[in-house]
Design a protein around this ligand. Structure first.
Ligand code: 13P
Length: 254
């Protein structure tokens, strides 16, 4: 049995007060669950040190993630964060290709592939978000879109690209909308993604996980996690609420 992986993507949310209130109880709660579930929190990057300091007297029962990385290791790139710095900060997972970055920051498949490649070079686990728009969904183009988003990664990184990585299937229309994709639909696409990646990897894939993201809550987590090809969740809004997030983890543990 694989160990499910849950990532809380805090996006552009949080403050010192919020972190102080949520972190200690969350860490206490996770003592019971960290062995059966891998938990990652991806806060806004500038709070990393603050979080590490708060936990300094405790054993952290989760990993820290980041929400983005630059396509350079160092140099004159004002405002950017390099994979080497993330490694230095003991960040184990980095979300890339999120639709909010693709849309708001014009990141295309090639930029995302470059980020993926650089993270792998630093042995940081990329969490590659893929998924279709509402229009593409209506036109039944989901598989085609996902395929394209995956192909650029293989083109740049070769057939072992997806060893030790996570693909998060996040239909754009389901993100923050309160309207999750149906478990059946997510299973079909996740199964397609797994088989497609496996076939392009010469059937030799290791430590590869598929997450679902898009309006995951305590009410739909159970049915979603029961699907064969869903190995965990990438959670936005619900990860900001201690009660909701811990309930989802409890459900997965069952
Ligand atoms: P929500 O869970 O708020 O829909 O966000 C999903 C997401 O974008 C996680 O990366």
């Amino acid at each position: 049995m694989i160990k499910p992986i849950i990532i809380g993507n805090w996006k552009l949310n949080g403050s010192k007060k919020f972190i102080k209130n949520i972190l200690k109880p969350l860490n206490q709660f996770l003592i019971k669950y960290y062995k059966v579930c891998t938990i990652v929190i991806a806060p806004p990057i500038l709070y990393t040190n603050f979080i590490q300091n708060i936990l300094s007297s405790d054993q952290a029962n989760f990993f820290l993630g980041a929400q983005n990385v630059d396509t350079h290791f160092s140099g004159p790139f004002t405002g950017e964060i390099s994979p080497i710095m993330l490694k230095d900060l003991e960040i184990h997972y980095v979300i890339i290709g999120h639709s909010e970055r693709r849309v708001n920051h014009y990141e295309d498949n090639h930029i995302i592939a470059k980020k993926f490649h650089m993270l792998k070079q630093e042995k940081i686990i990329p969490v590659l978000c893929i998924g279709e728009t509402s229009q593409e969904h209506k036109e039944k183009k989901t598989k085609e879109v996902c395929k394209k988003q995956i192909d650029v990664i293989f083109d740049l990184c070769g057939e072992n690209a997806f060893n030790n990585t996570i693909v998060a299937y996040e239909p754009i229309w389901a993100i923050g909308s309160g309207q999750s994709a149906s478990p059946k639909e997510v299973q079909i696409i996740s199964h397609f993604i797994r088989n497609y990646i496996k076939s392009k990897s010469n059937n030799q894939i290791k430590n590869f996980f598929i997450q679902y993201g898009g309006s995951v809550t305590k009410n739909n987590a159970q049915e979603l996690i029961c699907q064969n090809d869903i190995d965990g969740f990438l959670i936005g809004g619900a990860s900001l609420c201690l009660e909701e997030f811990t309930k989802i983890i409890k459900i997965i543990n069952k």
